[in-house]
Ligand binder design. Structure first.
Ligand SMILES: NC(=O)c1ccc[n+]([C@@H]2O[C@H](COP(=O)([O-])OP(=O)(O)OC[C@H]3O[C@@H](n4cnc5c(N)ncnc54)[C@H](OP(=O)(O)O)[C@@H]3O)[C@@H](O)[C@H]2O)c1
Length: 306
């Protein structure tokens, strides 16, 4: 595993983390395709394999994801893992954010969260009070770093401007071979400023694993509709290139897709996994080196500023 610093915090996180939206969400087949026991064993194995960065949110499975992590943590050394969670934007007020943090701490069964993130920019509540309240929580030790998620460069800079004594550690955004808009301005800016990009849906919710294709889409109407909403007409030529290069290099398309996301400093990926096989596959992505030729082959004609 490779590690790097989270923002300018001194906290060391693995380049491949573990996303846990899967734990508790019917969207991902919770209760059918996976359950609590599997989730706990995925978390424990992840840590054994060198992953120390686990991402969750109060909204995932309406608290179930945090609770499952809390159970797993009770059997582990808390200091070994860096836990990131998020507050949903409907309560980004001073009292709302403080209440959400306390509830997350209780579900996670811990005295502190390593990275506390505002999940989405709020269209209603002004950010200033919440950011200042989080800064106080940081100084009192209930959180170790403050992050945002789904913030544009402008929104992120606004959030940052409200912090008086600390800097923002990270911005968690959708980034994968099919979604590259953040390369235009957000990634270069964050790399210059020492703000970590946490890439979510690095496998485009499974589309980049090679097991899906035209006419072979994931199960579940809600997931299919969401994928349509997010990706529209999928450019399957990207997946074909992943498969071709994966075969030449003796790796899997999922590993290559992840290796591409984390190819530069300042970017980590948090793929979700529904079983141990997927987890073990994803962990190995951190060992893959991609040459210039590999990168341009994978990027092919997929890159568009439109
Ligand atoms: N901040 C935000 O707004 C936001 C939004 C979305 C996600 N996230 C975070 O990012 C994490 C990851 O994103 P994501 O869950 O949307 O998508 P993802 O990581 O791109 O895809 C995960 C899915 O791909 C499939 N998969 C994973 N590894 C595989 C492998 N090696 N081989 C074959 N299939 C594999 C599994 O689903 P199937 O087996 O069913 O195909 C898995 O559930 C989430 O868990 C969450 O923590 C954050």
């Amino acid at each position: 595993m490779r590690y790097e610093q989270l923002g300018k915090t001194g906290i060391r996180i693995s380049k491949i983390g573990l996303g846990t939206w899967q734990f508790g969400a019917s969207y991902w087949g919770w209760g059918k395709e996976l359950g609590e026991e599997e989730a706990i064993s995925i978390i424990r194995s992840a840590v054994e394999l060198g992953i120390n960065f686990i991402d969750t949110a109060e909204i995932y499975g309406w608290g179930r994801s945090e609770r499952v992590i809390g159970k797993a943590l009770s059997q582990m050394d808390r200091e070994e893992v860096v836990i990131a969670t998020k507050v949903f934007p409907y309560r980004v007020t001073v009292s709302g954010v403080l209440k959400a943090l306390r509830n997350s701490l209780r579900r996670l069964n811990t005295g502190y969260v390593d990275l506390y993130q505002i999940h989405w920019p709020s269209p209603i509540f002004p950010l200033k009070g919440a950011m200042r309240a989080l800064e106080r929580e940081l100084e009192e030790g209930r959180i170790r770093a403050i992050g945002v998620s789904n913030f544009s460069l402008k929104q992120m800079e606004e959030a940052r401007s409200y912090l008086q004594r600390h800097d923002l550690a990270s911005n968690q955004v959708e980034y994968n071979l099919l979604k590259r808009e953040v390369e235009r301005d957000l990634i270069p800016h964050c790399q210059r400023e020492g703000i970590t990009i946490i890439a979510y849906s690095p496998l485009a919710q499974g589309l980049l694993t090679g097991k899906y294709g035209p006419g072979r889409m994931p199960k579940g109407l809600q997931r299919r509709l969401n994928l349509w909403h997010l990706y529209g007409r999928v450019d399957w030529s990207v997946v074909e290139r992943l498969k071709e290069l994966a075969e030449r290099k003796g790796v899997t398309p999922a590993q290559l897709a992840l290796a591409w996301v984390i190819r530069e400093d300042g970017i980590v990926a948090i793929p979700g996994a529904k079983n141990l096989r997927q987890l073990e596959d994803n962990v190995k992505a951190a060992e893959i080196d991609l040459s210039r030729e590999d990168l341009s082959f994978l990027e092919g004609s997929s890159y568009s500023h439109e």
